[in-house]
Write a protein that binds this ligand. Structure first.
Ligand SMILES: [Zn+2]
Length: 509
């Protein structure tokens, strides 16, 4: 059924494109030169028809062969296989710059957030069953949005949806539910209860008031900036800032912990925190600082956020990625955090050099076989489903056409995998990616991921509101990391406005 929908869209686009081209075909109207004019017209139209025939064998019309929804690439969703062999063989289309439907870069300040829980208590209890996107409509919007030239700009995804009066409505319109919103609120309560007195969070969450009542503490002692950044991102994603909502003190103390620990260097402000994988600390904390500044305009945060961005710029490897420490060869997960920080920095009108952004494009090229839809962790041929989500998400923010076969093939691949039972890192990035791609993928992926997270949230004792999944990342990051990532996954409906307006959106953002 999905294939039929897609093919009908393809036909619609074909007709539209042909009509557009015919409207723009040259008209020879010079009087007194009728015979040459006709000859030129015949030649011109013959050439035009030949070009159209050739185009008809290329993207987007060739896409129909990529939408064979038989499970040729299906793998066990619970198992990440670095050796996964995935056929591709597609030729890349030249990237073009996205002009997103939403051009806002600043949020309006929420007035009160207490109404979220009040709204939840009286809202309709059933999640929406309506499709989140109208396929033909949203993909036509995508086509219109991909017509300009490449630049150093990230596509803008506004944060206006992080608003107590809009959150629930946006969530329901885009695939969330009253239950998913309640799960976010419970997660934030758990996070707030595990903040340390100095404003930080730790992956080793079970000290202080918790006193070991919550199991599955992480194993890393040197990741306080990363843990603090993750927790702050979860609060900010739901609209809670130092100036708005019931967690103002929590968010302010966390933000100012990051400001206090920043080490100013000639290369900018470092949040490495003396970790041997310090760029995780730095990238995640910088991401949170940029978002906090974007949402508040606080000048103290602005200075720190800009210094953190400067450090990211100086830490970039010559190939364009970021590794565990500054200048080291990059990997895609670390580079993903730095890139998200830079994207938020640009949205907040902080200074991000164009050369840094263009190097990210170069880095992405080094992580893919030519024409492949799949990304490796540190090099091509290590196809990773998490890195495939990260890499294509960045490409989308950088303006690659959503009709590029690589984008659509990767969306099909991730959707076929479905949500992971143990890997919240994958679920988070795949949700973010497929949310922006839209239907038919989003309406396939989202309900299963959403319901799984609602079902697996802890309900008893001090652990209530948290998550933990047993896998290598879960063991290292522990319940704190897992909870923050799960909350952000359930905030996907409003955390960023979609690159392409959803057909059923109740608001013009
Ligand atoms: Zn606890």
């Amino acid at each position: 059924m999905v294939q039929v929908t897609r093919l009908s869209w393809i036909r619609q686009v074909t007709e539209t494109n042909e009509a557009d081209r015919q409207e723009t075909a040259p008209q020879n109207t010079v009087p007194g030169r009728r015979v040459p004019a006709l000859l030129i017209s015949v030649i011109a139209h013959t050439l035009l028809l030949l070009i159209l025939a050739l185009l008809a064998t290329e993207s987007p019309f060739g896409i129909q062969t990529r939408f064979d929804f038989t499970a040729t690439n299906a793998v066990d969703p619970a198992v990440e296989s670095p050796q996964m062999q995935l056929a591709s063989g597609l030729s890349p289309a030249p990237p073009t710059q996205v002009q997103p439907a939403d051009t806002s870069t600043r949020s309006s300040q929420p007035n009160t957030l207490n109404s979220v829980s009040e709204t939840l208590s009286v809202a309709h209890a059933e999640p929406t069953k309506e499709p989140m996107f109208n396929t033909a409509q949203s993909l036509q919007q995508i086509l219109r949005a991909t017509s300009s030239t490449a630049s150093a700009a990230f596509a803008s995804t506004g944060v206006d949806g992080r608003n107590p009066t809009r959150r629930l409505q946006l969530a329901k319109a885009r695939g969330g539910s009253v239950q998913s919103e309640a799960a976010v609120e419970r997660a934030l309560e758990w996070l707030a209860a595990h903040q340390r007195p100095n404003g930080s969070w730790s992956l080793v969450h079970d000290t202080g008031d918790c006193d070991g009542r919550c199991r599955n503490a992480g194993s890393q002692e040197r990741f306080d900036p990363a843990a603090t950044g993750l927790a702050l991102l979860a609060f900010l994603g739901a609209g809670y800032t130092q100036d708005a909502g019931k967690y103002q003190d929590t968010v302010r103390k966390g933000t100012y912990f990051l400001i206090q620990i920043m080490e100013e260097t000639p290369q900018g402000g470092s949040l490495l925190y003396q970790s041997d994988r310090g760029m995780y600390n730095h990238g995640i904390a910088a991401f949170a600082l940029c978002e906090a500044y974007q949402m508040t305009g606080d000048p103290d945060i602005k200075r720190t956020a800009q210094l953190a961005v400067d450090f990211i710029v100086s830490a970039q490897n010559y190939q364009g990625g970021w590794g565990y420490l500054p200048k080291q060869p990059g990997d895609l997960t670390l580079s993903g955090w730095q890139t998200m920080a830079l994207k938020s920095a640009q949205a907040a009108e902080l200074q991000v050099p164009a050369s840094t952004i263009f190097r990210i494009d170069n880095f992405l090229e080094t992580q893919q076989e030519p024409g492949s839809a799949y990304f490796g962790y540190t090099k091509p041929g290590q196809e990773s489903h998490t890195c495939t989500a990260i890499g294509n998400l960045i490409r989308m923010f950088r303006g690659i056409s959503n009709t590029d076969p690589r984008i659509l093939e990767s969306a099909q691949f991730l959707n076929q995998l479905g949500r992971s039972g143990t890997d919240i890192y994958f679920n988070y990035y795949a949700s973010l990616y497929l949310f922006h791609i839209g239907d038919p993928f989003w309406s396939d992926w989202n309900p299963a991921c959403r319901e799984y997270l609602i079902r697996t949230q802890a309900t008893g004792g001090h652990e209530a509101g948290s998550w933990y999944f047993e896998n290598p990342y879960g063991k290292e990051g522990g319940r704190l990391y897992t909870t923050a990532m799960a909350a952000m996954t359930l905030e996907v409906y409003y955390r960023f406005s979609p690159l392409y307006q959803h057909a059923e959106d109740p608001f013009e953002l």
